[in-house]
Design a protein around this ligand. Structure first.
Ligand code: ATP
Ligand code: MG
Length: 581
């Protein structure tokens, strides 16, 4: 490609509305342009990268025997009514009517459409497993589109759906997809981790997310220092490091003490000269009935004072309003007769308030807790003697340094960008849409399903988050828009520069390299050409200038090297061969 005839839409200034580096660099390097909130055009350079990512995904999916299809973006409401999601999904689902007043939506995902295809086209277990995918536009009317293509409203996803006649068969395909995802992210040159993930409203089934590690990531992921345990913090489990116990273990008698104005855990700890680990924290949330509606009652959640609540874990407990809602002071006053600051579990069962304690509180003894009397706490409270929770569960957010659930190593927390998500759907959609096949015994069975997504457009942004420096993007070779840029200096002064440049261009292309020949005229200064090549992040750069040609050399620089290299003009053919064959 000749830069003089190519859209090089680089921008010097950092756009003010771009918060994270990938968004800034994608705009500055001229990869994308914003059309409206969460809607982006992929310019020629950006599209080259996007197509390379898609192609790697496609090749690896094909290797795993998945079949590519293309389903419509526009989907009729009927299928969504069959699955129940027409009502259930919120405003993220963009609904509209056609000229005949029929309801449609823009597909945020394609479970309904693919299940409809499979129920019509498949009839026997012999045809299974079937793993069907597409690489295609999705639309989600995100509440807060941000970070450019990282969280946009329109984006490209590779979505695959597998169908099976048995759970074992689903387990096998799931394992193949897990490996396929590792192969894809390895080829993309990303530093990533598969982590155990929450399967959301679908419930307890198997699920993994693939996260690219980056400080700008919106998720927190938890790893063990000594095993392969890795999980999204939403559901990560572990044991808090043991409390330094200055107590001799004998249960003492509970005593009421005046704690005046001390209301936070820290204030109480300092007033009573103890540590937050020895204080029981009591939080009140709204209770819900079996239908999930708020009842006006409270549920008390009990945690060790140094620990925090994990809202995802809580939202799965039946009897608690979801989304989780903390009770306000007025309601707590009404139900408990005391306001926030001196709340505790003693006597709550007499008030009909359900108490759920975190696992880590079981070990506590002679602890401090609020006395449900303004300005007062108990010291030396003990389970059984003074109060008993209705349930003991894991409701705690993992903290750095906790012990891994497999007992091997300690846990650390890093930020990650979710680029892929695989999960076992079970029969949620196939049962709703009545997608059945005949099994070995001639019995009609509902097909268990798996689904497997990769955010193709998000991968491009995530890759930049991981691969950049102060000058711009540093593409891994596999997805660079061009592998080589040849910069011509003062070409208007010397025909020899043009000829030499052209010959390099042709030689490199003949070796299969994708080459950008920067033949822009004198209006584009050498400095701008250098800066653009670094901003765009092309891995290899050759510079043809009158001075170097006179010396019989060509200047080469790798995007990540600090030093330039001079290559004899006679040796350039073999140098190119080394780079590109
Ligand atoms: P997130 O938690 O980031 O909103 P999600 O869990 O809703 O994502 P999935 O339904 O699992 O997303 O979709 C599969 C993949 O599609 C995600 O792993 C992510 O890479 C990508 N993706 C999802 N939403 C967006 C978006 N708004 N913009 C770009 N990519 C997205
Ligand atoms: Mg997800």
């Amino acid at each position: 490609m000749r830069a003089s005839k190519y859209l090089i839409a680089t921008v010097k200034e950092t756009p003010s509305d771009a918060e994270i580096v990938s968004h800034q660099l994608m705009l500055r390097a001229g990869l994308i342009r914003k059309l409206a909130s969460g809607l982006y055009t992929w310019l020629p350079l950006g599209l080259r990268v996007l197509q390379k990512v898609s192609q790697i995904v496609r090749e690896e999916m094909n290797k795993s025997d998945a079949m590519e299809v293309s389903m419509p973006v526009v989907q009729p409401s009927q299928l969504w009514e069959e699955s129940g999601r027409w009502q259930k999904m919120g405003p993220e689902l963009l609904r509209f009517k056609d000229r005949h007043d029929r309801d449609f939506c823009l597909g945020p995902t394609h479970e309904e459409v693919i299940t409809d295809i499979v129920r019509n086209e498949y009839s026997s277990y012999r045809q299974l497993p079937a793993n069907i995918y597409q690489i295609q536009t999705k639309f989600r009317d995100e509440r807060r589109p941000r970070f450019g293509v990282m969280r946009s409203r329109e984006f490209i996803m590779k979505d695959a759906y597998s169908f099976h006649a048995s759970q074992e068969c689903l387990d096998e395909t799931y394992a193949v997809m897990h490996q396929t995802y590792c192969n894809i992210f390895d080829r993309l040159g990303l530093n990533y981790r598969p982590v155990i993930a929450d399967s959301g409203s679908i419930g307890g089934s198997t699920s993994h997310e693939f996260h690219v590690l980056a400080d700008s990531g919106e998720d927190e992921i938890v790893f063990s220092s000594e095993s392969d345990y890795a999980a999204n913090i939403e559901l990560a489990v572990g044991t808090p490091a043991p409390v330094d116990d200055e107590d001799d273990g004998e249960s003492k008698s509970r005593e009421l003490v005046n704690t005046d104005q001390a209301s936070t855990i820290e204030e109480v700890a300092s007033k009573l000269e103890t540590s937050p680990q020895r204080i029981l924290k009591t939080l009140f949330v709204h209770a819900a009935n079996d239908e999930g509606e708020r009842t006006g009652n409270l549920v008390a959640l009990l945690l060790r004072g140094d620990q925090e609540l994990n809202e995802t874990k809580i939202s799965k407990i039946s009897g608690i309003a979801s989304p989780l809602e903390f009770a306000d002071d007025e309601l707590i006053q009404k139900k408990v007769g005391c306001s926030v600051g001196s709340l505790g579990p003693v006597g709550l069962s007499d008030l009909g308030i359900r108490c759920i304690a975190d696992n880590s509180t079981s070990e506590m003894h002679n602890f401090v807790c609020g006395a449900n009397k303004p300005g007062h706490h108990f010291i030396n409270a003990n389970w059984d003697d003074d109060c008993s929770p209705d349930a003991i569960m894991d409701i705690r957010k993992i903290r750095e340094g906790d012990i891994s659930p497999d007992g091997k190593g300690t846990l650390s927390i890093k930020r990650g960008i979710e680029v892929g998500h695989i999960f076992q759907l079970g029969t949620k959609y196939s049962a709703a849409l009545n997608a059945k096949v005949l099994d070995k015994n001639g019995k009609s069975v509902v097909m268990p399903m798996g689904c497997y997504g990769i955010g193709v457009t998000r991968v491009v942004a995530a890759c930049i988050e991981q691969n950049h420096d102060a000058h711009g993007i540093i593409w891994p070779d596999a997805i660079a828009p061009f592998q080589l840029v040849i910069i011509l200096i003062d070409a208007h002064k010397s025909e020899q520069i043009v000829e030499f440049g052209n010959s390099l261009y042709e030689q490199a292309q003949a070796l299969g390299a994708e080459v950008l020949l920067d033949d822009r005229d004198k209006k584009t200064s050498p400095g701008v050409k250098f800066a653009d090549s670094e901003l765009i992040g092309i891995p290899h750069r050759l510079v043809v200038s009158p001075r170097s040609l006179a010396d019989g050399v060509i200047e080469y620089k790798n995007r990540v090297a600090t030093e330039k290299q001079l290559i004899e003009t006679d040796a350039i053919a073999s140098f190119l061969q080394q780079l590109f064959s």
